[in-house]
Design a protein around this ligand. Structure first.
Ligand SMILES: [Zn+2]
Length: 237
């Protein structure tokens, strides 16, 4: 059910859900919605008061989300599938050359595509290029990263590339298998490595607890910097 409270003259509307939980939790979602789950023993008025107390934090979170949207609009990578257009590949802006009679290939920092000025066709060819390159590059990055992990007793993972809409990477610990999102191929290599490393650390620590973070930062001290950059550059879709 939706409830509203007044925080310093601002109306904060939140979705309340009673659940079998011990503590009250409050979330602010990407679309700025506020959601609260609360144990059944709490009265609605008590929950209202709680939300009111968190007013400053809620407004600050919503502000941050909005800032981030502005930044993303400014810095986010966007391909241009036209004659004279470009695509992003490993963080570089690659000019597109439309050319008949040549298969899609990267030559001297330019991507040759066999297509006329038809955005849909160009986008299709670019997607094929991303798909074929991502598995090759992900495996190379894995080959380069693994020697740094071997002494931890981690087995070398098999790598797959797949387009995913909700995560950059996934791991199957039992199978020693890591799946990386093909959308990563637009980002700088360090961004891709940060995702790969994150999944590898799960081989030793299933959760994102203290031990997980300690090892992750030890292996890649600038981890946060690269993941932040990644999330700014590409919005998962
Ligand atoms: Zn994780």
């Amino acid at each position: 059910m939706d409830r509203s409270v007044d925080y310093q003259g601002q109306i904060l509307t939140y979705a309340l859900q009673y659940k079998k939980v011990k503590h009250i939790t409050l979330r602010v979602y990407d679309d700025l919605r506020i959601a609260v789950s609360a144990p059944r023993r709490l009265k609605k008025e008590e929950i209202d008061r709680y939300v009111q107390q968190k007013g400053a934090w809620i407004l600050q979170s919503q502000h941050k989300i909005n800032q981030r949207k502005i930044e993303k609009a400014q810095y986010g990578l966007r391909n241009r599938y036209t004659a004279g257009g470009y695509i992003y590949f490993l963080g570089d802006k690659i000019p597109l050359i439309l050319h008949s009679g040549i298969s899609t290939q990267l030559i001297d920092g330019q991507l040759f595509i066999n297509a006329t000025d038809d955005s849909q066709k160009i986008a299709e060819k670019a997607a094929q290029f991303y798909q074929s390159q991502s598995i090759i590059i992900f495996r190379k990055l894995n080959d380069a990263l693994y020697p740094h992990l071997e002494m931890l007793g981690i087995k070398k993972a098999t790598i797959a590339a797949r387009r995913m809409s909700a995560s950059w990477g996934r791991c199957h610990v039992q199978k020693g298998h890591i799946v990386l999102n093909t959308q990563l191929i637009q980002a700088p290599k360090e961004c891709i490595v940060s995702v790969l490393l994150h999944e590898y650390v799960h081989f030793l620590h299933p959760n994102h607890g203290k031990e997980f973070k300690r090892l992750l930062y030890e292996l890649m001290p600038e981890y946060d910097q690269w993941t932040e950059r990644l999330n700014l550059l590409i919005s998962l879709s």
